[in-house]
Design a protein around this ligand. Structure first.
Ligand SMILES: Nc1ncnc2c1ncn2[C@@H]1O[C@H](COP(=O)(O)OP(=O)(O)OP(=O)(O)O)[C@@H](O)[C@H]1O
Ligand SMILES: O=C(O)c1ccc[n+]([C@@H]2O[C@H](COP(=O)([O-])O)[C@@H](O)[C@H]2O)c1
Length: 193
């Protein structure tokens, strides 16, 4: 039987936006991956001390964003793990839980320059292929040179969670910058206002 090949997109998703959704669906449909799982990190090691919506709320927003897409799935596996959320530990945990799956690490190009500073980055790169979605304004040529790292050709998406939060605080519309259900939930709950 064919082993499912799963792309793992780790993120703070504070909040999830259309860039994340396009990235995840593009990877799930334009590469050799069968599906993409979006892993919500309670606490990125690089965002300690940053203002962050609660992990459950961020997970709910991710679930709303990908509802009805059977290639995408939201994972809260890191909620029960030690914080900050180290990706190598989660990869080990997922391999334990899903021994029949093959995993590929997905990330936006902005994360590549910092990857050598991740916990056990050498092991991450030795054990996993990394598919990278290009991001405007980033030059990650050095790390691109690693044989396991593949930058896919895909439309550039100049949207960030920081921009979404800034729009909400400024009372500006986020329509189409986030999926409709995500916008509705954010407005209903008054997040970032
Ligand atoms: N517009 C985008 N293009 C390509 N990759 C993206 C884009 N937005 C997010 N990503 C990638 O998605 C993953 C999770 O990102 P994250 O949740 O930190 O969102 P963010 O928009 O970068 O957040 P923030 O603005 O708060 O730093 C990272 O690998 C990041 O590089
Ligand atoms: O494992 C690490 O050392 C590590 C260092 C920095 C970031 N990460 C993960 O990368 C994802 C995106 O992080 P960030 O800071 O761009 O939101 C998030 O899931 C983090 O847990 C992981």
């Amino acid at each position: 039987m064919k082993q499912p090949k799963i792309g793992l997109l780790f993120g703070s998703f504070n909040p999830i936006h259309t860039g994340h959704v396009i990235l995840a669906h593009f990877m799930a449909t334009h590469t050799d991956l069968d599906a993409v799982w979006l892993v919500v990190s309670p606490q990125s090691p690089f965002k300690v001390g940053h203002e962050m919506l609660g992990e459950r709320e961020r997970f709910e927003l991710v679930s709303l964003a990908i509802q009805n897409n059977d290639r995408l799935r939201a994972l809260d596996v890191e909620f029960a793990m030690p914080k900050p959320s180290y990706t190598i530990d989660t990869l080990d945990e997922l391999r334990r839980r899903y021994p029949d799956h093959r995993f590929v690490l997905l990330m936006g190009e902005d994360n590549l320059p910092g990857l050598p500073r991740w916990k056990q980055s050498d092991r991450i790169l030795a054990e996993n292929a990394v598919y990278v979605y290009p991001r405007p304004g980033v030059d990650a040529t050095d790390v691109n040179a690693h044989p396991g790292v593949k930058v896919v050709e895909a439309p550039l998406l100049d949207i960030s969670a920081t921009f979404i939060r800034d729009c909400i605080r400024a009372g500006k519309s986020i329509r189409y910058l986030v999926p409709e259900a995500v916008e509705g939930y954010i407005m209903e709950k008054g997040f970032w206002r």
